[in-house]
Design a protein around this ligand. Structure first.
Ligand SMILES: NC(=[NH2+])NCCC[C@H](N)C(=O)O
Length: 478
């Protein structure tokens, strides 16, 4: 049997991991800080940035077929071992935190079915019952993945189809109920002073819009298993266009059914509340079920993808080699065990911090910025150097432009995320230095050079500052 992945399988993999939890809460998450006009602008910027990033990935997967396994290989090839390591570390942590948010959001969706006002069982997914069941969930997925990843691929196809049903119903129903007057009422949000300037509003949509696209690199991560190299890029671009269309419809149509303050006040998953308002109680029911199926499926795929990071990093010398150990089913067991233990630890912290899904989304998205920015920058570097373009000068101009836009978009995201989150990222990244140092030792390489020591000192300085800010509450974790 051919175990290689074809175009269809790759597209379903990218859509399956990209469309997970985020889309179900999009209307509220976005409207919380922005009016209809600003939302449209935000999507335009994100759309252009993401399309360029996807095309950069497409291009990199063709030009550097030797660099398998993920976006951190690009950071390493372009900017050296230390940056490569940090991209891998950051990407891994982002996915683990994101998986924690998944475990929580499943139970906050179940609260729709089980909680009553005077008997809160699941609440926001961070009650004792919810955390216990969430722990059980992550360990069951862990056990499943230890038995081999074929199951995961199958479940992914089923859940990907299943989650599209409620989302399509949502789009059609909400479009039918669309009211132009609701949409255009206070379109720039000037009547609501809390929103701030249009620029502020656009900025604050950025993290939410980035979150829903995390997973765009899915096909690149598994490129070694693709039947045809070309399909990696094709799948990335097609899946992106599909998801972008879906997200824009979900957010903009919603703004024609309820106005910004009404949407901002909704409980999440907000798509459930909106569909309920349009079609009656079965709407909320359908969406909540859809969310649970979608997120459980995505959790399984993301567990595989997250464990793949230290595994490949271990193989290529970015992480210590013991991360590359496999069990008899070919699952990366060390890497998987480390991942699940960390997720469990984060779940316990969440409980004590009473953090919510949204807080985790914010943190995880910030951690993801570094690897994305460096992939864009590597595309830019390749096009500038021009060594792989000797026979295609036209291509070079096009690629230069695409990579430039992707890089500028990345820098804009870092700026829009805000300084506090950059500090928080330093806090997350700093324990990695120890692993990096271990990895160097392990592979018999020289430990940190001058530049790396400089970067380490800066990172640690920011981390200490961040620690203080978290402690005195200036950087909120909930
Ligand atoms: N490892 C993860 N769970 N990653 C998060 C992916 C987020 C995804 N784009 C969503 O909207 O749900």
């Amino acid at each position: 049997m051919d175990k290689k992945l074809g175009l269809g399988a790759l597209i379903s993999l990218v859509i399956g991991s990209m469309v997970g939890a985020g889309v179900f809460s999009l209307p509220q998450n976005i409207a919380a800080h922005a009016s209809a006009g600003a939302v449209a602008l935000g999507w335009a910027i994100t759309g252009i940035g993401m399309i360029c990033l996807a095309l950069v990935y497409q291009n990199l997967s063709m030009r550097r077929p030797d660099l398998d396994g993920g976006i951190f290989s690009y950071a390493k090839a372009g900017f050296g071992d230390f940056v490569g390591f940090n991209a891998a570390w950051g990407y891994w942590l982002c996915q683990l935190l994101a998986n924690v948010s998944y475990a929580i959001v499943v139970f906050s969706a179940l609260s729709y079915f089980f909680d009553t006002p005077d008997n809160v069982i699941f609440g926001d997914g961070n009650t004792p019952v919810a955390i216990t069941l969430a722990s059980l969930l992550i360990w069951s997925v862990h056990a499943l993945v230890l038995r081999g990843i074929q199951v995961a691929a199958l479940v992914n196809i089923v859940t990907t189809i299943a989650k599209m049903v409620p989302l399509i119903v949502f789009c059609v129903a909400v479009l039918l109920a669309f009211n132009m007057e609701t949409f255009t009422l206070d379109i720039w949000g000037q009547g609501n002073t809390e929103l701030g300037s249009v620029m502020d509003q656009v900025k604050s949509t950025m993290k939410v819009t980035l979150w829903v696209f995390i997973g765009i690199e899915g096909a690149v991560v598994v490129s070694a298993r693709a039947r045809h190299r070309k399909d990696v890029g094709r799948a990335t671009v097609l899946a992106l266009l599909g998801a972008l269309a879906l997200y824009v419809m979900v957010t903009l149509f919603s703004l024609g059914v309820m106005n910004q303050p009404q949407l901002a006040a909704l409980k999440n998953p907000s798509t459930a509340m909106i569909l309920e308002a349009v079609v009656g109680p079965w709407g909320a029911w359908l969406i909540n079920i859809g969310l649970v199926i979608s997120v459980m499926g995505a959790l399984l795929s993301w567990t595989v993808l997250a464990a793949e990071v230290p595994y490949i990093a271990g193989k290529t010398g970015v992480f210590p080699a013991w991360f590359a150990k496999e069990n008899k089913n070919g699952s990366p067991q060390v890497s998987l065990w480390c991942s699940t233990c960390l997720v469990q630890a984060f779940l316990i912290i969440i409980y004590f911090q009473s953090s919510t899904y949204l807080a985790l989304v914010n943190i995880a998205t910030s951690a993801a910025l570094v690897p994305y920015v460096f992939s864009g920058a590597y595309g830019l570097k390749l096009a500038l150097q021009g060594t792989t373009y000797e026979h295609q000068p036209h291509q070079r101009k096009r690629d230069l432009l695409l990579a430039l836009v992707a890089t500028v978009y990345g820098c804009w995201l870092v700026y829009a995320a805000g300084v506090e989150y950059l500090l928080l990222v330093a806090l997350l990244y700093s324990p990695g230095i120890f692993i990096y140092w271990k990895a160097r030792q392990h592979h018999g390489l020289r430990s940190l050079n001058r530049l790396e020591r400089g970067m380490t000192a800066a990172l640690l300085g920011c981390a200490v500052l961040a620690f203080y800010k978290v402690m005195d509450g200036t950087i909120p974790l909930h």
